[in-house]
Design a protein around this ligand. Structure first.
Ligand SMILES: Cc1ncc(COP(=O)(O)OP(=O)(O)O)c(N)n1
Ligand code: TZP
Ligand code: MG
Length: 230
């Protein structure tokens, strides 16, 4: 037998091929600023006009639930019009009250199983897993719809202590079908390795809301990097 007769394929090539076949392209997951006012709906509209966005997370910190519920109304309506999933941060009860499409839970924000019981089978439940394969597998077993790893880069949006490497995304996406989200200091300039490693979603806040050209330009700037080969 000659080398030409060896029909076996490189296992890395096969793994990559299989992943490409079953995973849709990476998409943008917008995170709101930590404080907003009644005019923010115009900012969100501008952002959504800038390009494709899969999900919007209402992440308002240090605000009571009634105030968040008030601010949520026009944002949720806009998301519904644009077919963008409306995700509430931190609170299963608020997600239920608003009839949101889902909830994002940090490690101390509640149990994904409880969220599933309260929000039902169609709710999108996400779980923060920092830089931990173990937490991600636990979240998957608890019925999460996505796992989130981060912070990949320094960020001023949140104090962070964990700094995963992109390889956690390649490991996750080659072993599990459950989508993975990358978060933390992500910009159009630094996102390439995360997309190439297999992130299903880039969760982004300040790179969009503080973009010098406005939020629409902030979203548009991600289009080329989202098209990177994974
Ligand atoms: C998509 C996504 N990933 C991670 C987080 C962080 O959640 P958490 O650790 O609970 O921190 P806070 O956002 O609540 O400050 C997130 N919100 N979204
Ligand atoms: C909520 C959160 N969780 C980990 S990093 C982070 C902040 C994401 O915002 P930015 O994209 O501005 O770094
Ligand atoms: Mg939280």
């Amino acid at each position: 037998m000659t080398d030409d007769d060896d029909l076996s394929l490189d296992p890395d090539f096969v793994r990559q091929f299989e992943r490409d076949m079953r995973r849709p392209p990476c998409q943008l997951y917008l995170i709101s600023p930590a404080t907003i006012d009644d005019h923010f709906v115009d900012q969100l509209r501008a952002a959504l006009d800038g390009g494709s966005v899969a999900a919007f997370q209402l992440r308002l910190k240090d605000m009571d639930e009634d105030a968040i519920a008030h601010l949520a109304v026009p944002l949720q309506r806009l998301c519904a019009e644009r077919e963008v999933a409306f995700i509430v941060n931190d609170s299963i009860a608020l997600a239920k009250r608003l009839g949101a499409d889902g909830v994002h839970l940090g490690q101390s924000d509640g149990d994904p199983r409880e969220a599933r019981k309260i929000l039902g089978p169609l709710a999108q439940i996400g779980v923060t897993c920092h830089d931990s394969r173990h937490l991600a597998m636990e979240a998957g077993e608890a019925g999460a719809d996505y796992v989130a790893f981060g912070a990949f880069f320094p960020t001023t949006t949140k104090e962070t202590v964990h700094r995963p490497e992109p390889v956690i995304l390649s490991w996750w996406s080659s072993v599990f079908e459950l989508p993975c989200v990358a978060i933390g200091g992500i910009t159009a300039q630094n996102a390439g390795p995360l997309v190439e490693a297999g992130a299903d979603f880039l969760a982004v806040s300040s790179a969009v809301w503080t973009h010098p050209g406005g939020p629409g330009a902030g979203v548009a700037a991600f289009a080329p990097v989202l098209a990177h080969k994974r």
